[in-house]
Design a protein around this ligand. Sequence first.
Ligand code: SF4
Length: 450
Amino acid sequence: MIMKLDILRGWPRWLNGLHKSNTSNETLPGIFFKAGFFFYLYSMESIKEIYKIGYGPSSSHTMAPRKAAEKFKKGNPGITKICVTLYGSLALTGKGHMTDRTILDILHPTPVEIIWKPETFLPLHPNGMKFEGLDKAGNIRSEWTTYSIGGGDISDTGKRDPSDRIYSMKTMKDILEWCEQNGRTFWEFVEDHEPPDFWDHLSEVWKVMQEAVERGLEAEGVLPGILNLPRKASSSYIKAKSYKGTLSRRAFVFAYALAVSEENAAGGKIVTAPTCGSCGVVPAVLYLLKTSYDFTDKKIIRALATAGLIGNLIKTNASISGAEVGCQGEVGSACSMAAAAAEQLFGGTPGQVEYAASIGMEHFLGLTCDPIYGLVQIPCIERNAFGAARALDANMYSMLSDGHHIISFDTVIKAMNQTGHDIPRIYKETAEGGLAVFGKKKIREKKSNL
Ligand code: SF4
């Protein structure tokens, strides 16, 4: 019931238009069309879509292609060969992200040919993939083009097309007003909109996050891939124990973020928060707060709901895809989510939570996505550690305030989206710019000296 009232409250312009339409002889189908149109404008999908449990290293380059391959396989029985063409960013960094291996695994035992077209960017999205099913004579029996649009989701239009739009509002401004009018918090807003099994899902999410931290702290050795990058979480954790006070807090959060990100790089089980590449930030902050301040699991899970709401707003109004808007959309979003969660745990008001989330994103604006050899390792793993530390800073900074500030979260997200689209393509998950170029050169020199 509350949800229905929210829909009405969130649609003042629609109600206004409907009122006018009754006096101007608008037809019933026209009214329903208008209702559908405004529902599209004013809604978000479930937070369950932000937190997906799966395997690394990349939501856009492994989780989404896996989902696409499963769908094509299911819909095309009896095919004798499959050709998969990877375009643009998917092709440029697909080898490092193990996109081809994932597709081959899923489509096995059908013979598969992978065609790489890094120079071709399809018009609808930089992460395009085409599946073609062939018969014995080599004729194409079915063809399907789809796009990996970030956070492990696929879409045939290159845009988000949520099948289950359950939120009545999609701006922080409206949600803050709702909190103020009802005297309630962000997690209560989430609870009002999500289905009854939502808390069970978040419980499982939190369990998988903690397991990833703990596995990552135990694991040692070298991560897969050409970089021969040693894991650091385990030794960082040991060293963190020798620090005291705030330095210890900082050292532990680094270790926890490294632990989850290294698990992701190794193809381990993680939760997108909101993507695989940025999956270390939220668990690191929450694990630190649980172990250092004795917050109960119930409180942590409510904080996860608020963090999910922040991720959902960013996903809906901008993007969480590194290929679309750079790393500000991945680690920037994760930092914003973690900052909001921490703020809520420490008793921040909705206004302070909004401020923490704004700060968390604001200081990542313009951050490029430039993984060396397309592996989600350098700079991704360290970037998660710094994202987690910065989330704690944003939390503290906002806590010292009364929540008032000039640039709102909605404005920061608009700026992030615009900045992301203005960033040249080479800096958006193509491994053709920034650290990807200079780091690759350095690694080549090192290897030739061995
Ligand atoms: S640089 Fe950032 S956006 Fe790019 S793959 Fe790494 S974590 Fe993801």
